[in-house]
Each structure stands twice: as C-alpha cells, then as structure tokens.
Design a protein around this ligand. Structure first.
Ligand code: RIB
Ligand code: CA
Length: 308
C-alpha cells in the first residue's frame, strides 16, 4: 500500500534544497502542498526566487509562500560562500516564470503554513526554523496537526574546528530551534554528519550531467558549491537526506535522542547549537545516525531520471 505524506517543505534554496525539492516531487508517496521559503542560505528574496525557479525547472505548480526575512532575534548571516552569490552555484538565470502566493496585509509567514496544515501533516524543514517557530507561537494549537517535523540540522557529535559544531540551519536562528524543540512536536533530526557521506564526487556529478537537461542544471549548480566540511570532495546534498527519510526510512539507521538547544561563547558572540544525547533521559526526537549511501544515490539517480 502506498503511504501518502501530506507535506509542507520549508526551505532556503540553496543548491541542496533544490535537489531535495526534486526528490520530493519525484516521490510518488509525497504530496507537497506548499513550499514555504525562509531566509538562510540567502536573503528571502533570493530563496523565494530560487524556489520559484526550481518549480519551473521541475515543471510543477506548487504554491510558494514568502517566509521570514531574518532570524527571530539575530542578524542574518547568509551562506553565500557555500552556495554562491545567487544561491545556485554556477547556475545563473535571469527570469523566473512563477509568482509567490501573496496575501495583502496578512502576515503570510505563518498564515500559509496555518492554512495549509491539515491533520497529520509532515513538515520537512530544510533551512532555519524561523517560520515554524512563528507558526507555533501564533497558532499553538497547530502542534496537534503536525504529525512530525523532519529537519536537516544540527550535529549528532561534537565535530569541526569549534566544538560543538555550528551547523548552519541551527546557528542561523537558534532561538527558533529552541522554540520548536520546546513545542513538543515529534522531531526527526537529519544531522550534518549524514551530509558528509551524502555527497556526489566529480565522477558522479558528470554522470548526473549526462542524465538529462535537469542533470545538466544540477551539474552547473554543483560547480562553485563549497560545503565547508565536504569541500572539494564533492557536492554535499544534505537536504535530500531529509526528503528521502519520508519515502525510504529503511535506508536510515535511527536512534532515540534528547535534543536541547544550548549556547556557547566564542569571542563576543554567543552561538547556539543542538546538544544531541543518545543516553540522557526524556528522549524527544529520533536522530538519523547512519544511512546506506549506495541506496541513497541509486534512489536520487532514479528520481532525477524521471525528469526530462
Ligand atoms: O548545514 C547545511 C544546511 O544549511 C543545508 O540545509 C543547507 O542548504 C543550508 O541551509
Ligand atoms: Ca537548506
């Protein structure tokens, strides 16, 4: 029996967001009812425009709404170093065909999320959690309509040059993450360590380029895409892990975890990170601790092949 996930994707395209949206659209059991955009990798104008562009490239007409233009309390610090100045690496475009769904006057950030939610909606969160925090603050009762939030973010281990590791989606708006964790909504965390194995090396990128026109576009995106940890090894497609978890949970290894948003100081700045414990009591999430990367790549290739 095919499961059907009634899904909202909250995103900040971004190259890996674009590939994640492709995988969602290609998945028979995922019904994407809304693409809500948020500032993160780039400004909201850029992430919104890029979301409209990826819909055009995929040939789909999914409502796209404008979300938060800045973190709840902090200054925005974009990831143009990784994603390129326009957010699609070496892929440049001028025009975009679609238009955002817009509502005069209403603060659409949570309105469209609130209005689109039906019972048992899965929210896939591929960027900072600002929109979700705003939704749950304005409509706390919506917590009961969200089956789970599958989010790409955080780190399951202390890693990187500063421990604990500052994963981008959390570090951009830790106050939003703290509010979402506190809400008690069921969470599935896709930590950045999965993205460190979920990358396409140069040979695989050339295979993708040869597949079809969309593959050529992704190939262009991958040029000038420098994920901090994967760097020149290849294109880290973090966000696709969150989408594939919906349709293929069996290729992931998960563990119950206790997530807490914590802070640490470096210089004059207080950074937020997700403390992810597999041993503490009061578990409040599932965390993906490993994935079958060969099956992951086979599924992504199969999804891409569905497009012309
Ligand atoms: O740390 C990786 C995450 O930050 C991904 O979602 C990427 O798109 C950026 O948003
Ligand atoms: Ca993202």
């Amino acid at each position: 029996m095919t499961r059907h996930y009634y899904t909202i994707i909250d995103c900040d395209p971004g190259i890996d967001d674009a590939m994640a949206i492709m995988n969602a659209v290609a998945s028979d059991d995922i019904c994407v009812k809304l693409l809500s955009t948020v500032s993160g990798n780039l400004s909201i104008d850029n992430t919104l425009k890029n979301t409209l562009k990826i819909c055009e490239l995929l040939g789909v007409d999914i409502p796209v709404s404008r979300g938060a233009s800045s973190p709840l309390k902090r200054q925005a610090v974009y990831a143009t170093m990784a994603q390129g100045t326009a957010g699609f690496g070496g892929y440049q475009y001028d025009e975009v065909a679609g238009r955002e769904i817009s509502l005069q006057g209403e603060d659409a950030i949570h309105y469209y999320l609130h209005d689109t939610l039906s019972k048992n909606t899965t929210i896939v969160c591929l960027g900072p959690m600002t929109n979700i925090a705003k939704l749950l603050k304005k409509y706390p009762e919506d917590k009961d309509r969200i089956a789970r939030i599958v989010f790409m973010g955080g780190s399951k281990d202390e890693e990187g040059d500063v421990a604990p590791y500052r994963e981008f989606n959390i570090a951009y708006d830790p106050e939003a993450t703290r509010q979402v964790i506190a809400s008690g909504v069921p969470l599935v965390m896709i930590p950045m360590e999965l993205g460190h194995i979920a990358y396409f090396d140069k040979a695989e990128q050339k295979l993708i380029r040869r597949m079809n026109a969309l593959g050529k576009t992704f190939y262009k995106m991958f040029q000038n895409y420098n994920d901090y940890h994967v760097g020149r090894l290849g294109a880290a497609v973090h966000d696709s892990c969150a989408v594939l978890y919906l349709s293929f949970p069996e290729i992931f290894k998960t563990a119950p975890a206790r997530l807490e948003l914590k802070y640490y100081k470096a210089g004059d700045t207080e950074y937020g990170y997700v403390d992810c414990s597999l041993t503490k009591e009061n578990k409040n999430a599932l965390v993906c601790v490993d994935m079958d990367i060969d099956k992951f790549k086979t599924i992504v290739y199969g999804n891409l092949a569905k497009f012309c």
